[in-house]
Design a protein around this ligand. Structure first.
Ligand code: AMO
Length: 468
């Protein structure tokens, strides 16, 4: 709806955001469609009866109605509507789908950001306005998805997947689908979910890692996947889900794994800059609730700032953070250290986007290639946004002997059930390759500065939540 429609008849289908009877002769509707709001008025003039006024003003909030009327310019802009410079003067109203009279929460109450700390039921703020907690919102996610902010967040999420696929396809990559039901819990690291599979036990894939490498062994050169990733980790934090959307890729390289690292840098810069360009209006909407949305700094040269893991350790030490170098060979950064490093890098280099290369071998999975110059380290990297990890990747071992040794060094037995098909792929020859895995929900969360990854998941799964 725009000025073009002034004095014209329109028919819209929308939800009732609010309905009120002003007098026996006048009622107002606030109509809502995908987060946008417009006011409609109905006045008792021929042929509209008083019953019609009463009916319209008494419509249940959230019902879907079809309204026909003439578009007029209001005397003063309607501040509570997002389309404030016009209103619809109703001639006909039809009920399309009626909502229940009592809703578990009001969409307008869910428009404000939920408090970060409380998980209890509905509360009231100092002015008596209901506060809807994250738990209530997630329990009633369908209603919550109708808010202007959720509408915009889901567009950003759709945008990240689209941009990832666009970039991969442009670079000659094939879109693959690998099994999520797998026969063995082989990847190591985080836990896997068991499922009953007829008379056997199957597992939900904790990443497409082994299969994307097997596609490379199958001469597919450059592959990507967008699919669910399952993690049986009992982590109840702001950034862990038990099921999330993984954006994975794997590709061959000719000379050095940094060819793939650069590819990943360009991929992420493409996604982040295009999001800002293509979704400016959604970002502006989200900023009303989360002011940091879309406001992060990329390095001026259009690449990620790149440094080695140990340079990151040195920066932390320099800033007086208590880090033992020895311990850093054995354990990855804690979340707190990651965030501290993010702040130091922002202050020193004016960027929120950077990559750490050469992680210690001890903190990476068995399939990771050790640094040939110093076997304590590996040819692996993590990408960070605002001090939090969004992507992990590495050069993979493509030599069967080296792979078997690496497994043994990590306490895995190459002959154990479940590894045979993966290892055979290397016995049959496999080109040098590297890749990475991004968490879609994490990118959306950190790009928008959301306090919780659940806000960036349609129907989040965490250790407590299996519904809706
Ligand atoms: P990793 O386990 O680091 O690597 O996962 C890749 C990316 O997925 C996201 N992520 C998560 N998002 C939400 N909830 C979680 N519990 C969670 N865990 C991880 C992060 C992370 O960077 N096979 C390797 C990837 C590779 O080397 O190609 C892997 O799965 O953004």
């Amino acid at each position: 709806l725009s000025e073009e429609h002034y004095e014209k008849e329109v028919t819209v289908v929308a939800r009732v955001d609010n309905a009120r009877v002003q007098s026996a002769k006048l009622a107002f509707l606030m109509l809502r469609q995908q987060g946008q709001k417009v006011q409609a008025v109905i006045a008792a003039t021929e042929p509209i009866s008083r019953q019609m006024i009463k009916y319209t003003g008494g419509l249940n909030v959230n019902s879907i109605v079809q309204v026909t009327g003439t578009v007029k310019k209001p005397e003063i802009p309607i501040s509570s509507a997002s389309i404030s410079h016009l209103e619809i003067h109703i001639t006909k109203v039809y009920m399309i789908s009626e909502a229940a009279q009592m809703l578990p929460m009001q969409v307008k109450d869910a428009e404000r950001p939920p408090p970060e700390t409380t998980e209890e039921g509905p509360q009231v703020d100092s002015e008596g306005t209901p506060i809807v907690t994250l738990k209530t919102r997630l329990d009633n996610r369908v209603l919550d998805l109708q808010t202007e902010t959720s509408q915009a967040i889901t567009w950003i999420s759709s945008g990240v997947s689209q941009l990832f696929a666009e970039y991969m396809i442009k670079s000659g990559s094939r879109w693959i689908s690998t099994p999520k039901l797998v026969g063995a819990a082989t990847e190591g690291g985080s836990g896997v979910f068991e499922v009953k599979y007829f008379k056997r036990t199957a597992y939900l894939a904790q990443s497409p890692q082994l299969y994307k490498q097997m596609c490379i062994a199958g001469d597919m050169e450059n592959v990507f996947e967008i699919a669910p990733v399952f993690r049986a980790e009992d982590s109840n934090t702001h950034r862990h889900l038990t099921e999330f959307s993984g954006l994975d890729f794997e590709k061959t390289f000719r000379g050095h794994y940094h060819e793939v690292l650069e590819f990943a840098e360009d991929l992420l810069v493409f996604i982040l800059t295009q999001l800002k360009e293509r979704y400016a209006s959604q970002i502006a909407t989200i900023q009303k609730s989360y002011p940091k949305a879309g406001d992060f700094k990329l390095p001026k040269d259009g690449k990620a700032l790149r440094m080695n893991y140990m340079d990151g350790v040195a920066l932390l030490k320099e800033a007086g953070v208590d880090v033992s170098e020895q311990e850093r060979f054995e354990n990855d950064f804690s979340t707190a250290m990651e965030k501290q490093l993010g702040q130091i890098i922002r202050d020193k280099y004016d960027t929120d986007f950077y990559v750490l290369d050469k992680f210690p071998m001890a903190v990476r999975p068995f399939y990771t290639k050790a640094d040939p110059n110093d076997k304590r380290f590996s040819n692996s990297y993590d990408f960070f946004m605002r001090g939090e990890e969004i992507m992990s990747g590495a050069q993979r071992i493509n030599d069967i002997k080296e792979l078997e040794e690496s497994m043994r060094a990590k306490g895995l037995e190459p002959n154990q059930e479940g590894f045979e098909d993966y290892l055979n792929a290397f016995r049959q020859g496999c080109p040098p390759h590297a890749g990475g895995g991004l968490g879609l929900n994490r990118i959306v969360m950190f790009f928008l500065g959301l306090p919780n990854v659940r806000l960036a998941s349609l129907f989040p799964r965490d250790p407590q939540r299996l519904r809706p």
